[in-house]
Design a protein around this ligand. Sequence first.
Ligand code: FES
Length: 111
Amino acid sequence: MAATDTMTVQVVTREGQQLRVPLEEGHATLMHALYDADIGVEASCGGCAACATCHVLIDEAWVDRLPPRRPEEDTLLRFQAHFDPRRSRLSCQLDVEPALDGLVCAIAPEE
Ligand code: FES
């Protein structure tokens, strides 16, 4: 099933606002959707797992439904001040796929 505009994720912004962000055609990863929503995800490395400005905290209920962190993602996240061993993910490393529909996450505080 291709990503469509009927798929959404629920996002809590740094200001505490709860938003529904669409996952649309052309959004290869969750980072692309958050970036397009213009809600504070800089994604300054463009998705290379090199900047951590796409850091999100996954809702506890969703953590085990996602694929595990790859080593490069894990290494970068462990250097972040707001690293949460269970909930931290780089949104650029989460591919948009049907299993992501309804995901709940929060944008991590700025470093
Ligand atoms: S966009 Fe830079 S690490 Fe994800």
